[in-house]
Write a protein that binds this ligand. Sequence first.
Ligand code: ZN
Ligand code: ZN
Length: 332
Amino acid sequence: MRAWAVGTPAPADEGPLLRVEREVPEPGPGQVRVAVTCCGVCRTDLHLAEGDLPPRRPGVVPGHEVVGRVDALGPGTTRFALGDRVGVPWLGGTDGSCRFCRRGDENLCTAPRFTGWDVDGGYAEACLVDERFAHRLPEGVDDEQAAPLLCAGIIGYRALRLAEVPPGGRLGIYGFGGSAHLTAQVALAQGLRVHVLTRGAANRRLAAELGVDSVGGTTDVPPELLDGAVLFAPAGALVPVALRALDRSGTLAVAGIWLSDVPVLSYAAELFQERRLRSVTANTRRDAEEFLALAGRLGVRATTTAYPLDDAPRALSDLAHGRFSGAAVLHV
Ligand SMILES: [Zn+2]
Ligand SMILES: [Zn+2]
């Protein structure tokens, strides 16, 4: 089968992805095989290809927003039938037994397996998934639309939750790409006031089209103090900027898996008055189930740009340079 693998990490324009031919994988116990139809291109794929995230397995196939049909069942599987539509997310497995799994925080598992980092992902014609970590997808959302929900959507939803904005409260969103534009829709549907601070005319236009309350540049001061904010841009320099925009006891949640260094913080100007800064690490299956149900019910719509699987390097390069707004999706 056709697939892309991460070779030697390098800037996206220097071709870190290698086109490879692989055997179609056979599902082991508890696994199902997914014939991939679409796979979203996440910023994490870019961090992995460019070496910001250290490779955990040489030659791994990236891609963790995988949509497809079950086309083979491993021994002992019970959840899915052949032909079922499923989504394969970033969280590909946990040990189920560490102290974090036991208390319900499986996103912090000390021995996790991530799709497209530890195990092969969806930049390929097929991939395997532990059936316990696959998700059913909302009806009425087509494959291209569903793909970005599986990481961008789920992580953004968890970040929004951790920003702890009260009902009717004021939310800031810093950076407005694949994850942020889905999160903004949930926040607006929940009745929050949403202020978007981002670079890029196309991103600002997309935010305005979604009906957010204000749109500005990344270092602008939002028109009112914020109860909470989510930093989606992988720019540590924005941490003090966003903290200064918070009201007393406000929370800034950093949604990315990778962030450039955070500058020295001023305790008085940026943290005092019980402002909080926290990271967001992966997600639990419960986050995913909640978000996917909500996305179906609220009609959350991803703005997508389609690429054929063969053009995966171009999709990564376009993401690196911010050449599209919303989310890129590979079609297999
Ligand atoms: Zn665990
Ligand atoms: Zn992702």
